[in-house]
Design a protein. Structure first.
Length: 170
């Protein structure tokens, strides 16, 4: 086995472990930034449920393109192709992945009930890297933002600063 054959999987694992977000492009969908955990040789994701990240294009048995960013600089480090497998709720693999995911889930409103909710309403997906890495794109990957129901803040009413910052008279 050559050095390149050994370094590729090691770089995929190390870079993906250290990155808080990965960019994942499923079949027929745009790339999305998704949080994950690295568990037993694959990136594990939870989503497609209320209050969780969307996982469009990630179908069981399909392929996905994963781009890993640098945690400190935010630039692309490596890109790899993954096989997608959906873990069956309650299976041994699912339980192990959910235990890891639960520890990394930020801002959960129902931390105690979270695994049960994930089993009932969400999907847990495993992205296992194929043997070879893919070439990083040379150009910009900038794209228009994806449609969302989120809104930006409205303008501050004209009288609000006077109310907040008025001086107290003695």
């Amino acid at each position: 086995m050559t050095a390149d054959a050994l370094l590729g999987p090691a770089l995929v694992e190390e870079a993906t472990k250290k990155s808080g977000l990965i960019w994942v492009r499923g079949e027929g969908s745009p790339a999305r930034a998704l949080w994950h955990v690295w568990h037993e040789g694959a990136a594990c994701l939870v989503g497609d449920g209320p209050g969780e990240q969307p996982l469009p294009g990630l179908v069981d048995g399909g392929l996905a393109e994963v781009t890993v960013r640098s945690k400190d600089k935010g630039g692309r480090v490596i890109a790899w192709t993954a096989t997608v497998s959906e873990l069956a709720a309650g299976s041994e693999e699912w339980e192990a992945a959910v235990a890891e995911l639960k520890g990394k889930r930020l801002n959960a409103l129902d931390a105690e009930r979270m695994p049960q909710r994930w089993a009932e309403e969400c999907r847990v997906v495993r992205l296992a890297p194929l043997e070879a890495t893919t070439e990083l794109p040379s150009g910009s990957l900038a794209a228009a933002p994806l449609p969302t129901e989120a809104t930006t803040r409205q303008a501050v009413p004209a009288g609000l600063p006077r109310l907040l910052f008025k001086r107290k008279r003695s």
